[in-house]
Design a protein around this ligand. Structure first.
Ligand SMILES: C[S@@+](CC[C@H](N)C(=O)[O-])C[C@H]1O[C@@H](n2cnc3c(N)ncnc32)[C@H](O)[C@@H]1O
Length: 198
């Protein structure tokens, strides 16, 4: 049996940020931050929950660290995140578990660059998004189209879920109180962006 996704990220944690600092990735990161900023999702005072936050290096430098919570299954990734962003909160958590935050306390729920593809039960994840968002709160869930991913170290491969955007949109429509749309982001990524009704 292969490694679990969490074990795999633990193994590559120390190399992860270096690998994703290549020019193409930095351009994608900058484009993403522009979109999030333009939508007002990174404004000071916004309570942000980042699902599968990794080392936090994409979002946290641009977020209000006092109000940012990052969740991830890999302790290796979280150690680096905590070391770099001491004011932000990071917690170990796995897809399938409840998000470890109270009802209605978040302004924004994010998941970026493929982290959502490890959610084996997306409907449960959407229900949790609804629970933790305040009325009027927004979500921005980026999905990667590739079925499996080659990780940085030793050509390590790990399986993840391949999702069709329209299927996920149908699932979100089953969650009363959420509404969403699909935004293309790049050749490899699209975003399910939406809000919880006021
Ligand atoms: C492609 S990385 C993205 C990290 C971060 N969002 C970014 O853009 O830099 C995927 C993240 O999902 C986490 N992950 C993988 N499987 C997971 C699981 N079952 N539960 C929670 N986190 C998981 C990994 O540890 C990793 O940090």
């Amino acid at each position: 049996m292969g490694l679990s996704s969490i074990e795999a990220y633990d193994l590559v944690a120390d190399e992860y940020d270096h690998f994703y600092s290549r020019p193409g990735h930095l351009l994608e990161n900058a484009a993403l931050i522009e979109i999030l900023r333009g939508a007002g999702l990174l404004a000071v005072g916004k309570h942000i929950l980042d699902l599968g936050c990794g080392t936090g290096s994409v979002i946290v430098p641009h977020a209000d660290n006092q109000h940012y919570t990052g969740l991830d299954g890999s302790e290796g990734m979280l150690v680096l995140a905590r070391r770099r962003f001491a004011a932000a909160r990071f917690q170990r958590w796995r897809w399938g578990e409840d998000f470890p935050v109270s009802d209605g306390c978040m302004d924004v729920v994010l998941s970026i660059f493929g982290a959502f593809n490890y959610a084996a039960d997306p409907l449960r994840a959407f229900e949790e998004v609804r629970r933790v968002l305040r009325a009027g709160g927004r979500f921005f869930l980026m999905i990667t189209t590739a079925e499996s991913e080659v990780l940085v170290a030793n050509g390590l491969k790990v399986q993840r879920c391949a999702y069709e955007p329209l299927n996920l949109l149908q699932l979100i429509r089953k969650v009363e109180g959420l509404r969403a749309t699909i935004i293309p982001f790049s050749a490899r990524h699209y975003v399910l962006a939406g809000r919880k009704h006021d």
